[in-house]
Write a protein that binds this ligand. Sequence first.
Ligand code: NDP
Ligand code: 2IT
Length: 446
Amino acid sequence: MASYAEKVLAQVKANNPGEPEFHQAVTEVLESLKVVVDNDPVYEQTGLLERLVEPERVLMFRVPWVDDEGRVRINKGYRVQFNSAIGPYKGGLRFHPSVNLSVMKFLGFEQIFKNSLTGLAIGGAKGGSNFDPKGKSDGEVMRFCQSFMTEMFRHIGADTDIPAGDIGVGSREIGFLMGQYKRIRNEYVGVLTGKGLSYGGSLVRKEATGYGLVYLSEEALNSRGDSMRGKTVAVSGSGNVAIYTIEKARELGAKVVTASDSGGWIYDANGIDLDVLKRIKEEERGRISDYAERVKGAVYHPAGDGSVWDVKCHVAFPCATQNELDESAAKTLVANGVILVGEGANMPTTQAGTDVFLANSVIFLPGKAANAGGVATSVLEMAQIDTRLFWSFEKVDRKLQAIVKHIFTNIDDAARRYGMPGNYVAGSNIAGFEKVADAMLAEGIV
Ligand code: NDP
Ligand code: 2IT
């Protein structure tokens, strides 16, 4: 007879056709949860998993805007308010042409467990649009953001749902969104995080996801008597998460030799020159190919000509997008002696790729734990705006480090309790679930 978790998984696939990313995310979590939910009838009796896999609310809306040529353009807008058992909905906004309902739901679902792992009181959500900010003028991006917020404002709030950035949504977009929210509501509240420092942002939020990823990796290595020092590191992506992953890895004594974007990837045997990379990506909004033109010795490969995972490294940090590291890339990394893989992006490793790492005793830190430093620091930003205080870089960084330590202890402990020491996929899914499940049981059938 199929177990409770298996029955619910079959229902998810049947009831949500054409949503492969959502199926993938739910499959991984429910596989991990079998050892918890199949041994205690309370979960099935209260329909807990059926409730967990169904978003509390899915908002889909039209986003009309006018481009620089005066043409009317229409994009799709989304906000998936997945689970508020432990706190207000919290999660990023993604602006990318690949955004669809399946991607929004997988991200919102993962966010539930990630946010729980931080130990802070935040529920799970995600939103965004299939709008592509690439190649758009600042004016077009502003008009798009204003139109997006003109619908979204009625569904969010500082105690209801607090969006932030993700792919394609950085400080420029958050600024435009905040300006429009304030204008509509006539109130200055912490309804968005990732804000600029001049209007209620927090120090370290920009760095937090990448720093948190490297802090967690250092914890995991320390637990085995090792550290980041002297390691060769492969990073994918060259956005917010990738840049500050590279920065912290270097600070801890590692050498990062790769970065990428959707156009291609670079290999720099001397270690990535961060000043050049930041100038290209944060100021000029340029391409990774520009890096190879400016830095002597760096080699550029267009997309399709191999990948960053072909490079020999001790540590791999996928920091671009979902399913960017597949089974064959995982096998190459293992053959090249990788000892740790930490997911800066959300679900960057395919299920088959993850299985390769786990079967080969690679320390594998899943995104729910590994990139939780970003959302955790968003909560530190909320705490500051609520109290009208502004904390120093060191203070926020110390709190971030303490949260990451707590995450490591929590996922390590859950993996041990269920007889799978060192399996941080199971540890993260189980530890993230426990708090949410307790809250859902306490709150009744809602
Ligand atoms: P950015 O938009 O700053 O950067 C994204 C990077 O990934 C760019 O280099 C981009 O290249 C590349 N990329 C995106 N989509 C694709 C694709 N389909 N194929 C190839 N390359 C791609 O986003 P972030 O750095 O903020 O986000 C990166 C990942 O980290 C995402 O998975 C996000 O969900 C996750 N994350 C982000 C957090 C945050 O606080 N920002 C927190 C936790 C997780 P190009 O410019 O060419 O598109
Ligand atoms: O995936 C993520 O955790 C984010 N994009 C950050 C969410 C947040 O609310 O800071």
